[in-house]
Write a protein that binds this ligand. Sequence first.
Ligand code: FCB
Length: 431
Amino acid sequence: MAGVIDRRQALALGAAAMATPVLARTPRSDFLWGAATAGHQIEGNNVNADIWLLEQVKPTVFAEPSGDACDSLNRWAEDVAIVKALGLNAYRFSVEWARIEPVQGRFSQAYLDHYARIVDRCRVSGLAPIVTFNHFTTPRWFAARGGWEAADAPALFARYCDRVARAMAGGISHALTFNEPNLSISGPWSRFQPDAKARAATRAMIDAAAKACGSDRFSLLNGGDATPMIPGVLRAHRTGRDAIKAVRGDLPVGLSLAISDDVSIDGDALLAAKRRAHYEPFFEAGRDDDFLGVQTYERTYIGRAGPLDTPPTTPRRADGKPYEPEAIGGSIRYAHKATGKPILVTENGIDASDDAERARFIPAAIAAVQAAGRDGIPILGYIHWSLLDNFEWLSGYKPRYGLVAVDRTTFKRTVKPSARVYAALVRKHMR
Ligand code: FCB
């Protein structure tokens, strides 16, 4: 399963423009400095979501179920308070469609109110709420009726976006329709091709989920190669954006894409093919958007015939993985050149159980963002993934992307030294 997800396994399987704050050109306090989360990964017990079901069925390819996650459904105010205490000025979180519309056509006012309270608390705390309307998960009923492949999926998504916008658009600073809808498009440029065994295991899990729903299908974007779902997603981005804009026309709306810093070695043909399939349809769907969200975790080396190993000269981490914090600079430059849009870095981070690695990574990544800003690229902000150690999709709780550790039994939050490093840098830039 792709985006359902550890990014690597994922790949294996398968405002804004309003004011356009520009780093180093506008007052520094306009720049958004934030941390990101996503509902399913932190809230816990998202029982009506497609992915919750996939975690429960047998067989499953999930390392473990999300369970209580970080209990942020109840502890969200503590999370917001941590972001504020760190001195950041933005918090990115997502609203869960499966809570807001647990049954097709039945909307939960209580959950709309719940998320509106988070938006309000951010505002009261001086934080810009950046809200993702779809961060990988959809309601179980939506997957069981064909997901993004169903002809009326864009209309259903637009109806949900309309409800969310009517409940909270007034307070949101930036809205993202989709998070990384391009993540699961695999192709010959990808190093992480699923083998037959992995494909069969994913298929068996999805079949079990369909059966549990009494359906002959269970269709989700991150269930393998997403290619057949992309036309529906592209349309849904537009219908969702229009629905949000109809409620509040001046709210900056965009989508976020997984963009690696692609380096072509030995000819550009395959890189061009990747760009055509992996990015360009989304750039086109976002042509009328106010900004583009860029999410970068890696650099990818692409040769004439296929992906290449990272060159031996690349700096390495203690475990031998490449250490390339400046990759975010390359992806920002590419994304802006290709779209002309202001860029919001909506995710960037590092899976590091040794927090010292994150503390080293953050200043280097931010320096790369700033260098792009100095070159005149309009950059709206830098939102680090993630605020919390959380449920990292297929990999469960093992990866550690958080600025803040979460005790798996008591849910106690402990701010890590790397968060202090980030906070100190932000303080310096806001001065
Ligand atoms: C991104 C996802 C996010 C998280 C990070 C590590 O692909 O958007 O939810 O899993 O990777």
